[in-house]
Design a protein around this ligand. Structure first.
Ligand code: 4NP
Length: 162
């Protein structure tokens, strides 16, 4: 499929080492299992650049690996071009959403900003909680919520195409 016809989705969190690279890894895995890899471009980024070039947090990689997801993304900061390059820019919490709205170059691009929890199907949450300063439970919760929301997101995109 030509690049312009693909659905281009950017996941965004604060540090781009826990939540958004997990969303990216889960999404890529689900798309592959569904035979949809060619129809999407998936990436992730952080609103801060503190971890630029880093692999995801070792705790996040461990909890993802326990469910069969290999996280290989290298952290990078959100940039203005992202608002033109992607069709959907999906934030993990309200802080991410506010920052994205601030960074957006125009009202047209602001329409591309979404909240990850809006794609939850089975679970309920108002944001994807930052697991960085907490324990193992927080990383498990992130995985539970993101697996559900990624399924919902794929269903949402499929419905849009109908
Ligand atoms: P993330 O988690 O936004 O899910 O990647 C965080 C990782 C690092 C930091 C904050 C949140 N930090 O401030 O270093």
């Amino acid at each position: 499929m030509k690049k312009e016809d693909k659905k281009k989705i950017l996941f965004v969190c604060l540090g781009n080492i826990c939540r958004s690279p997990s969303a990216e890894g889960i999404m890529l895995d689900l798309l592959q299992k569904k035979g949809l890899t060619d129809q999407f471009i998936i990436d992730s980024a952080g609103t801060n650049g503190y971890h630029n070039g880093d692999l995801p947090d070792p705790r996040m990689r461990k909890h993802a690996a326990m469910r069969g997801f290999d996280l290989v993304h290298r952290s990078r900061q959100v940039k203005t071009e992202d608002f033109y390059d992607f069709d959907m820019i999906i934030g993990m919490d309200d802080g991410n959403i506010s920052k994205l709205q601030e960074l957006s170059p125009s009202t047209e691009e602001t329409k591309k900003i979404h909240k990850m929890v809006d794609f939850l199907v089975k679970k309920e949450a108002t944001y994807i909680p930052d697991p960085y300063y907490g324990g193992a439970d927080g990383f498990e919760l992130v995985m539970d919520l993101l697996e559900d929301a990624c399924e919902g997101l794929i269903a949402h995109v499929a419905q849009e195409k109908e």
